[in-house]
Design a protein around this ligand. Structure first.
Ligand code: FE2
Length: 230
């Protein structure tokens, strides 16, 4: 009995400690939203730890949101639709457009990436409807998963892997830095962040383990299917 009480106390202390140490900040952007994390900080554990998710969400993502918010506020894009800003500033190298694009696209990509994951499962399953579409465009679900894994693990440097649709066909896009599928006319369905900041705390340099954790336990195929139907 005493051992059980001690066990419960340890679990409660651990839960309190996670909440206290990793308090998610609040920020209300005027030009771009700081979107809520759609699950708790420990929901992706043990594949992505609360610590790693906290730093990714509260430091990196919020950093992009704040910089985008400030840069947009000082430009003629203030009050404009975020996706239109991404389309308009894509490929423009001169300041302030490059800064606006980079931070706005990074903020959008991260908000989309949080929704591309769901609380950890023993093994994720792909909805049958998406399996059929993937099989039609990639040959089989296995070939598609293998192509996704290759795109993530072989991407050079920082960037993103997007599953996207254009003209009725699915594609895997390997995009560098703040790359985003929207300006190239693709409909984004799902994203995986392959910037080192997204996995280094849990996996150090082993990106392949992070990719496998995403594909086996975290990916939200329902979100991809929902986007395909939009
Ligand atoms: Fe990131």
């Amino acid at each position: 009995m005493k051992r059980t009480i001690i066990g419960i106390t340890v679990i409660l202390l651990s839960a309190c400690s996670t909440r206290d140490n990793y308090k998610i900040p609040e920020y209300s952007g005027k030009n771009i939203a700081f979107e809520k994390l759609p699950y708790s900080l420990d929901a992706l554990s043990p594949h992505i730890s609360p610590k790693a998710l906290y730093f990714h969400y509260s430091k990196h993502y919020l950093g992009y949101v704040k910089k985008a918010d400030a840069a947009i506020a000082e430009s003629s894009y203030a009050g404009k639709n975020v996706e239109d800003i991404i389309r308009s500033t894509w490929m423009i190298q001169e300041p302030p457009y490059k800064k606006i694009y980079n931070n706005t696209a990074q903020a959008w990509n991260h908000a989309f990436f949080w929704k591309s994951m769901a609380p950890a499962k023993e093994k994720v399953t792909m909805p049958e409807e998406l399996q059929k579409k993937v099989t039609a465009d990639f040959g089989s679900v296995e070939k598609f998963i293998s192509a996704f894994r290759d795109a993530a693990n072989n991407h050079f440097g920082s960037g993103w892997v997007f599953l996207a649709e254009k003209d009725g066909k699915l594609s895997l896009l390997s995009l560098s830095d703040a790359g985003n599928p929207i300006p190239q006319g693709y409909k984004p369905l799902l994203a995986l962040d392959v910037w080192e900041h997204s996995y280094y705390l849990d996996y150090q340099n082993e990106r392949a383990k992070y990719t496998d954790a995403f594909l086996n336990h975290l990916v939200n195929w329902d979100f991809a299917l929902q986007n395909l139907k939009l």
